[in-house]
Every structure is written in C-alpha cells, then in structure tokens.
Design a protein around this ligand. Structure first.
Ligand SMILES: Cc1ncc(COP(=O)(O)O)c(C=O)c1O
Length: 417
C-alpha cells in the first residue's frame, strides 16, 4: 500500500527547511568595507568603471575563456545593451524566446525593434531552430535565445540558421551561469550574451546587476558606448566625431557592486559544481520513474540548474498537476507548480502598451509587418503544463538529494493511475 501522504496527515519526508544559500559571506562584507575605508580616507565616494569594476570584467572574461565583459546594472539592461550593441535599425524584427522574464524581451521594444515570439521545443522551456526558422522574414535582423532554468538551448542549429540568414544571435544567460553545450560555455556561442547578476542568480553583484559578454571586439565597444550614453570609448579622435557618438542611457555597474562580484566570481565554480552534483543526482535517481523525471536536456549539454525543472505526465496521475505539487510542498519541498513566465500573454504585449498610446512599434506606419504582436506559444503553454520547478541550490547536499527523490517517488506512487 502507498505510504500516507503528508497532505493527508502522514509523516513528511522532510521536516526541516532546506539550508539557506549563504550566497553572501564575510568576503563580500570585507570587500565592501574596503571601499568604504578608501572612500573615507580619500574623501571621495566610490564610483564606477574603477579598479574594482575593471577587475570584475577581466575576471568574468577570463572565466568565459577570453573575450570582453562589460558590467551593467541589471540583467534587463544587459539584454538592452547587447541589443543596443548591434545597432539595429528601428523596426527591425528580433525573434525572442517564449518563456522568459519580461526583462529578456522588453529591451527589444525599448530599442525600437519588434519582438516576434518563437515557440518552445516542447521538451524544454527553451526555443529551438525548428520554431525560429518559419518566423524569419526580410525584416528579421537578430535572434535572442534564453537558456531557461539553466538548460542549454540546442545552439548548433540556431547558429546555422543565424549564419544562413545573416542574423545576429544574442544569448540570454541570466539563468545559466556555467551551463555548457558540447563542451562550450553558453554565452560564448552566439555573437553577444547577457547575464543577470541580481541576488537570486548563481553569482551576484549585490541586489542588481548584469554583464554583457562578447568575443567580438567591435560589438563590445558598441555595447559599452550604448551602456554609457554613447561616450566615445575606443573612438579614434581622428574619426572626426564630437563628444558622445551614439544615443544610449546610463546602464553602468558601480564599484561597490563590482567589489561584491569579484568575491562572488571566485565562488562561482564551486557553486556551479554543487548545483550540477545535486541536479544530476536527482536526474539519475529518477531516470526510470514512469511519472516524474528531471526535465530533458539537450544531448551533450549540462544544465547549471537555476532550479530543478521537473517533468510530470499529467495523464498518468489521478490528480491534477497542481494537486501533485501541493502534495510535494506538504512533504517539505519548495515547489513552483507553474513557471508560466510567458511575457507575450501579459497586458503590455497584448495591448502594445509601450510608447503611450502610439502602439509603436507594431502600429508605426513604416513597419510592414503584422499590426498584431506575433507570439507562437502553443508548445510553451503545454510545456509549462507538464513541468514544475523545485527549488534547489549550491548549499544542498546528499540529504537534500535523498529528500527530493523520496518526496517525488512517494507522491508519484500515491497518485499513479
Ligand atoms: C532569462 C532572463 N532574462 C532577463 C532577466 C532580467 O534580469 P534582471 O532581473 O537582472 O533585470 C531575467 C531575470 O530573472 C531572466 O531570468
């Protein structure tokens, strides 16, 4: 007979809460204090683009195996500056992912371009070449993919598509610090990448932050100028320019955040390794479970597990997915039953609520594409219906792995048809 579930008054698999992340430690505190001490001694407030930020950018680029990093003040602005670096004409179409944070898509509109939403590969929260290809028009200039939950997009076919059509490829790595695809780190595969370093991510620069990374030096400088009001960084005065060379806003990181980031980067390899150990252990333990498994990953890729995307077959259950998740929560797991982060379902997108009542960019008379925002999200909805997220992080260990597996097996066997 199946064990009595905690939701029905049985014993919980796990009584204690999961351990805290412990993301910020004495190292970050000491680094911040050093900045204060310097500021007090010198009489000058700390600033931005100083030695701490330069160190952060150098270390970040080194971690990526070489290239150029620019610290910015959020993941949203990292996407904005990555798109800004491309210098797209207004009203260019940019293909964007279906499931993501709004900060992964709104920057396209803010850059005066038109987001066209590609559907998901039904096995993941991510988009794929098959969904992107039919959306390419003569107006398309770029593709943004996002490695959601830490799972890699199947990049080779997307790269081939981008090359074939002469499109820029932007990787949104907000949730995937350290994910690998065929031995390469995500963020190094497209033309330019955006990272979020807000406090919930694998590594942080304090409360908010982000990084634009590229191996293309030209894009790097265009991105840096865009991120700082078009200042003439790396512009040759002989070029005949005068003052700021391109319109942008101020998306700079600051030295305090960078000083925190410097400490965090040192910890990041260990954080990634711990998450991979936990995620893979749960994945392997559930590999043969007929009802519930860790979500499918592209072959020869390794998720860095921002959370544990878990796939359940609703047709194999006697209850709804929400009831299944409620039972898991009652067993002591942190569960988000539905990651329905589909920005094209939201009011701003549906109502074209971007630039007053103008309907820009879709309603602009110069735009020759559809007036109704395009979003292909049938698979995305299905995949959110068949998946849920379990909270896990780098401070979890063998006990948490055992508890996650035990809770999933217990609830799955109790609700199996
Ligand atoms: C995929 C993705 N893109 C962009 C963002 C925006 O990042 P931020 O919150 O740092 O602005 C997020 C935030 O979680 C995200 O998950």
């Amino acid at each position: 007979m199946a064990e009595k579930l905690a939701i029905d008054g049985g014993l919980k698999v796990r009584e204690k809460p999961f351990p805290p992340r412990g993301l910020i430690g004495e190292e970050e505190k000491a680094a911040a204090m050093r900045l204060f001490d310097d500021a007090i001694a010198s009489g000058n407030a700390f600033g931005y683009n100083g030695k701490y930020e330069q160190q952060y950018e150098t270390d970040f680029a080194e971690m990526m195996g070489g290239g150029f990093a620019d610290g910015v003040n959020s993941g949203t602005n990292a996407v904005f500056c990555a798109v800004g670096a491309l210098r797209l004409d207004a009203l260019s179409e940019v293909i964007v992912p279906p499931i993501t944070d709004c900060g992964g898509i709104m920057p396209v509109v803010m850059a005066g371009c038109v987001p066209v939403v590609a559907d998901a590969d039904p096995r993941t929260y991510n988009t794929c070449a098959e969904q992107i290809e039919p959306l390419i028009t003569e107006r398309t200039r770029a593709i943004i993919v996002a490695h959601i939950s830490g799972d890699a997009v199947d990049m080779d076919p997307v790269v081939a598509l981008a090359k074939k059509h002469g499109l820029y490829l932007v990787e949104d790595c907000a949730q995937s610090h350290g994910t690998t695809y065929k031995g390469r780190r995500v963020g190094t595969i497209g033309d330019i990448a955006a990272f979020s370093t807000m406090n919930g991510k694998h590594h942080c620069t304090g409360g908010q932050g982000g990084v634009v990374f590229t191996r293309n030096e030209k894009l790097h400088w265009q991105g840096r100028r865009f991120a700082d009001r078009g200042k003439p960084f790396n512009v040759d005065p002989a070029d005949g320019t005068n003052g700021n060379v391109y319109a942008g806003i101020n998306c700079n990181l600051n030295d305090l955040s960078a000083a925190i980031g410097n400490c965090q980067l040192k910890k990041l390899p260990q954080m990634i390794a711990s998450r991979v150990k936990v995620g893979n252990a749960v994945r392997d333990a559930l590999a043969d479970n007929p009802i519930v498994n860790v979500g499918w990953q592209v072959p020869d890729s390794q998720s860095c597990y921002w959370f544990l995307r878990t796939t359940v077959d609703p047709d194999a259950l006697t209850v709804s997915k929400n009831q299944f998740c409620a039972a898991l929560s009652a067993e002591g797991l942190g569960v988000n039953p539905s990651y329905r982060a589909i920005p094209s379902e939201y009011t701003w997108f549906q109502d074209k609520a971007c630039f007053g009542t103008s309907g820009f960019p879709w309603d602009c008379s110069d735009y020759k594409g559809p007036r109704t925002p395009q979003a292909h999200i049938e698979n995305a909805i299905e995949v959110t219906d068949r998946n849920f997220n379990i909270t896990m992080h780098e401070s979890c260990g063998d006990q948490e792995v055992a508890d996650i597996v035990a809770a999933l097996e217990k609830v799955a066997s109790a609700y199996a048809k």
